[in-house]
Ligand binder design. Structure first.
Ligand code: TRH
Length: 386
């Protein structure tokens, strides 16, 4: 009876998100929370310590409310000091943020402590497999925390992928693309023009890349969302701060400034561009689901540890590419992350676009075989249910 009752009740999840900087932490947690609610019928509370920053990803958020519901997710302001509340059945601390002490004590006081997971940063390094799901015993309280690693390899937690994302992408036909561009106030593709989305960190060698695009063999139309490298592009053109909708031109290069898009629209942008320049974690993953050629600007870390992560991913991603493809990808990615020259890398990359697009679909199939992150999390959370 007790088991039947607990199985029929909605499992409650608390996700804690501390926003370090940028959009990725909130973007990831918001995506996960919605997926758990919509696809698994779970009750999800998302605790965010900076609602104003969160509102940039989810514009319907009111940054002055302690508690609000959006798309079925309860969003709570994670304030200090934290109130005494009943912990959920499953507790996620995203990206090693530290749970409030009072909450940890409340977890330990429950007759059956919650499943406590530290959801780690994404990496393609091999050691992730050995560390995925490892337990860590609390030094004083009867609590176990598990380390859950997203990843690209079997034996990791996989990547966030909504159930209908790939089918939505495959039905995003010409008419849908035209409608998308119209909504953004832009003309559809011109014949022969390469359309490129550009989202990267300020440290990327933008000047060199824009210079290469000015003299590109093919016309290049670059879409730059607000909140990214608008300033660096402006400096390149030697103009004042451009507004949304403004267009700048030089040689073969045309740059269009677009708004910072809502997450679903950003996916559609990635689906419809010929090449996507992405960064961090979440846009990097979304570009992979878009299956278009992409270039990753990794989040820079102290002592260049990001280089190790970049190389690990490149090794994996290019493993079954032809030597020409692999060289074209590695050269451009390395240049974009601060090592190597732009010279010849852009034309070499362009010459591989058709095969890279085919490879993108193969890569998607390979990633899907691991199972997606939300379903792997749910499976883990139910592992000792009878
Ligand atoms: O914003 P980021 O640089 O976030 C980073 C990373 O997550 C990194 O791992 C973390 O340590 C650091 O922040 C603190 O890049 P990321 O991860 O790609 O997140 C961007 C989010 O913004 C993603 O959810 C996609 C979304 N986005 C839109 O919704 N609309 C847009 O127009 C753009 C450009 C992005």
């Amino acid at each position: 009876m007790g088991v039947l009752l607990s199985c029929s009740m909605k499992q409650r999840w608390d996700i804690f998100c501390a926003i370090v900087d940028n959009f990725g932490d909130a973007g990831f947690c918001w995506r996960l929370a919605r997926q758990l609610v919509h696809e698994y019928g779970l009750e999800v509370r998302l605790w965010v310590d900076d609602l104003a920053s969160f509102a940039r990803i989810a514009p319907d958020i009111a940054s002055d409310l302690e508690q609000q519901w959006l798309q079925g997710v309860e969003i709570c302001y994670w304030r200090q000091p934290f109130a005494k509340i009943k912990p959920a059945d499953v507790v996620i601390e995203a990206f090693a943020c530290e749970l409030p002490n009072i909450y940890i004590i409340a977890m330990a006081a429950l007759p059956r402590p919650p499943i406590w997971l530290n959801l780690e940063y994404l990496s393609a390094e091999n050691w992730v497999i050995g560390s995925h799901c490892l337990p860590s015993f609390h030094p004083r309280l009867p609590l176990i925390k598990y380390f859950f690693f997203p990843g690209f390899l079997p034996g990791t937690g996989g990547l966030l992928l909504e159930k209908h994302l790939l089918s939505a992408r495959s039905t995003f036909n010409n008419a849908a693309q035209v409608a998308f561009w119209q909504r953004q106030g832009m003309q559809p593709h011109r014949m022969g023009e390469l359309r490129i989305s550009l989202f990267c960190y300020d440290g990327a060698p933008i000047h060199e890349l824009l210079s290469a695009w000015v003299v590109s063999d093919v016309p290049v139309c670059v879409l730059v969302p607000q909140g990214s490298v608008v300033n660096a592009v402006r400096v390149f053109f030697g103009v004042g701060l451009p507004k949304v909708g403004e267009i700048l031109r030089s040689g073969q290069l045309k740059v269009c400034f677009i708004p910072f898009l809502e997450q679903n629209d950003y996916d559609q942008l990635l689906w419809t561009c010929d090449v996507n320049f992405v960064r961090g974690e979440d846009s990097f993953v979304r570009a992979q689901w878009a299956a278009r050629p992409f270039v990753w600007n990794i989040y820079p870390q102290a002592e260049r540890t990001h280089r190790i992560k970049l190389d690990a991913f490149l090794n994996l991603y290019t493993a079954s590419m032809s030597p020409d493809m692999s060289t074209a990808v590695c050269s451009l990615w390395n240049f974009w992350n601060g090592s190597g020259q732009i010279k010849n890398t852009w034309p070499a990359f362009v010459s591989q676009l058709t095969v890279l697009t085919q490879y993108g679909e193969k890569w998607v199939r390979q990633l899907c075989a691991i199972g997606d992150l939300a379903s792997n999390l749910v499976q883990f959370s139910r592992r000792d249910q009878i």
